[in-house]
Design a protein around this ligand. Structure first.
Ligand code: CU
Length: 161
């Protein structure tokens, strides 16, 4: 069955693509986690999902990465100090995630980040998903058609091998 290997390779590639859906973001990109940056601007236009990772890069002990509540975020104040190791990775949880630097007036100077993580599970219907056909047959055919077409395409390619 030498001709089965391309199909197996295709399935492995598809499987890896699905498993690697969690993304890693470097906060501030090249600027890192520092004063004088605008993290609202950095976060805008990006899509964050549950399980994605935020990497904060900064000079060790010069800053902290402290996960806070919304009220602490708004007030730039927290009773906890968070991490000051210089390289902090945070994993996003569902909903709003708030981070500030607790050193001096750094938070007020811009070292605050709010990120909202959406649910990345494949079962969640996206906004604008067409309503399902009450009879069921129409929606079923719409979903199966492309799959059959793709399968036929793979079989055709296999036949060529
Ligand atoms: Cu700081």
């Amino acid at each position: 069955m030498a001709c089965a290997s391309p199909l197996i390779a295709l399935l492995v590639v598809l499987g890896c693509a699905a498993a690697a859906s969690a993304a890693t973001f470097t906060v501030g990109d090249g600027q890192g986690w520092t004063t004088g940056a605008n993290y609202a601007t950095w976060a805008s236009g990006k899509t964050f999902a549950v399980g994605d990772k935020l990497v904060f890069n900064y000079a060790s002990q010069a800053h902290t990465v402290t996960e806070v509540t919304k009220s602490e975020y708004d007030a730039c104040s927290s009773n906890t100090n968070g991490d000051n190791s210089g390289a902090t990775t945070m994993t996003l949880k569902a909903g709003a995630n708030y981070y500030i630097c607790t050193i001096g007036t750094h938070c007020a100077a811009g070292m605050k980040l709010a990120v909202t993580a959406g649910d990345s599970s494949p079962g969640t219907p996206a906004a604008g998903t067409p309503p399902t056909n009450p009879s069921g047959s129409g929606g079923y055919r719409m979903e199966v058609g492309p799959i059959l077409a793709a399968t036929a395409g793979v079989l055709l390619k296999l036949a060529v091998f």
